[in-house]
Design a protein. Structure first.
Length: 137
């Protein structure tokens, strides 16, 4: 039986990003910029860990907190990719998959943002239904 987080499309997209990133770190950044390579690797792994943690939470507020952490980690990955490009550590024109990776990390950010909004809306709907009828609207 698969855990519920593994069924999320955003989690699967995250795994594709990790696969690409592992290839880039191993073949193109090995020993070049170890600090940034370490940071982007940690941020990328954090996306999946926080998605998993969020889906495992029962309370909507806790879910949202972990989803926001995942969103922040996706933003951090994008920023590290910008750093690698700006510093000349990588050449996006010749590095296979760079453009797709940027698009993928942006999609992940949007998906996680939508998870936050849906979770917040669901929580608001649950709170509204618990109120006495005179206080619902």
């Amino acid at each position: 039986m698969a855990f519920s987080y593994a069924k999320l499309e955003v989690y699967q997209e995250h795994l594709l990003y990790l696969n690409w990133l592992g290839h880039v770190l191993l073949l193109h950044l090995k020993g070049v910029d170890t600090a940034t390579a370490n940071q982007i690797s940690r941020a990328a792994k954090s996306i999946g860990a926080n998605l998993a943690e969020g889906t495992g939470q029962w309370l909507p507020g806790n879910k949202v907190r972990y989803y926001r952490y995942a969103h922040g980690s996706a933003s951090e990955c994008a920023a590290h990719m910008d750093t690698l490009k700006a510093m000349g550590t990588v050449d996006p024109e010749t590095l296979e998959g760079w453009k797709e990776a940027i698009e993928r990390i942006n999609r992940i950010g949007v998906w996680v943002h939508n998870l936050v909004k849906k979770t917040e809306a669901r929580a608001e709907g649950q709170q509204r239904s618990r109120r006495p009828p005179s206080e619902r609207y």
